[in-house]
Ligand binder design. Sequence first.
Ligand code: GLN
Length: 479
Amino acid sequence: MEDIGKITLTSAIKGLRAGDFSAVELAVALSEAVAREDTRLGAYLHFDAEAVQNAAERADKERRAGSDAPLLGVPLAVKDIINVKGEPCGCASKQLVGYTALFDATVTARLRSSGAIFAGRTNMDEFAMGSSTENSALKITRNPHDHERVPGGSSGGSAAAVAGGIAIAALGTDTGGSIRQPASFCGCVGVKPSYGRVSRYGVTAYASSLDQVGPLTRTVGDAALLLRELAGLDRRDGTTLDVAVPDYTRALNGEIKGLRIGLPREYYIKGADPEVTERVRAAVDRCAAEGAEIVELSLPHTEYAIAVYYILATAEASANLARFDGVRYGHRTANPETVFDLYARSRAEGFGTEVKRRIILGTYVLSSGYYDAYYGRAQKARTLIRDDFTQAFEKCDVLLTPAAPTAAYRIGETAHDPLRMYLGDVFTVPASLAGICGIALPCGSTAEGLPVGVQVLGPAFGEEALFRAAGAMERIFEV
Ligand code: GLN
């Protein structure tokens, strides 16, 4: 078998099909790598090697019985916010310590019926609120390229596991960048599908009008393969659309020649780390040299995106997290004196600082007297941001931008400066507000050896354009 630290989803599937190795052999190699590496990396909150090997044994048996399910025997790591029946699902929060999922999320059910094995729960910012995984109530996750640095977030555990060679592929969620930014920080590939492309059923809600599940993988091809398994209409999530799911892998071998790549002026700004901008510019030059047509354009409402996102996301979060009250869900305080005391202390003890900050902010922007000034205006500005993208995609097929304004920063560096942390989301939140799709892939590294990622954005339900562009870029960039 290939080195488990390098094996791709595509080659794992091929190897299992061809009988080069069994699912059990794969599971054992993976479990050993996790046992060896994860004490330092801290990507997993939970990894049950025995359960993974038992599932692998069943997969091998099914294959011998003639099954040819597309992901049969392939182990996948899952962010701790997506329900997998029988496994812990704690959203890296004290609220849900000891909780075991009672049902499968739709994405999980789909993967299960495709034969996948669930291997490990990955660390994240509590309830997916954050950009560094430092807001996890449970542990620190380190960047595999430099253990003193963050892996990004909120899907930091998934990105670190994939890039660190201890997951073949993983699931994350992206509300405002939580797949794309950690992929960029860790040097792997991450896709945020268009809003409505993938079901949110069984995924603990952060900001429901923005949340999407997507893959974190070692290659663009792996992401294309996995997204196809995840995507599609789900009657349990009324926001999924009845749009056919194409075989995204077919788009991968398309040429970059003739592709119109838009460069939004507002994403090439002074405030970003010059080294990052330089690497991304070099990537643009390589695309141009291969015959892509570069179109400079403007997304004029970009400057409002952070403010709009942090109003809408916190507003939705304050509503979604109201259910963690110690009665219906979540941690319950000991010996409450009154009902109010029960609610107040359960919530005070259960939520971490950042989650509390957002609940308070979200409650404020929704409160009477302020609703029109904040929430109402943010909704209007969201429409303008979406219109910017609609107009841009009349002039180009995809947009190319940095995924984040910096490479991975040091653990602790930004943790106590929430505003600075929020500003780091400047390149990812506009696409989330617009509901369009995006992919992050590595394009090079800094002088210190930290990965730098580009972000390719495509129109809503334009994932094929995204994969065509990213597939070609992966070949051109040769990272
Ligand atoms: N960093 C952003 C936030 O903190 C995005 C998080 C996410 O996409 N879940 O809200």
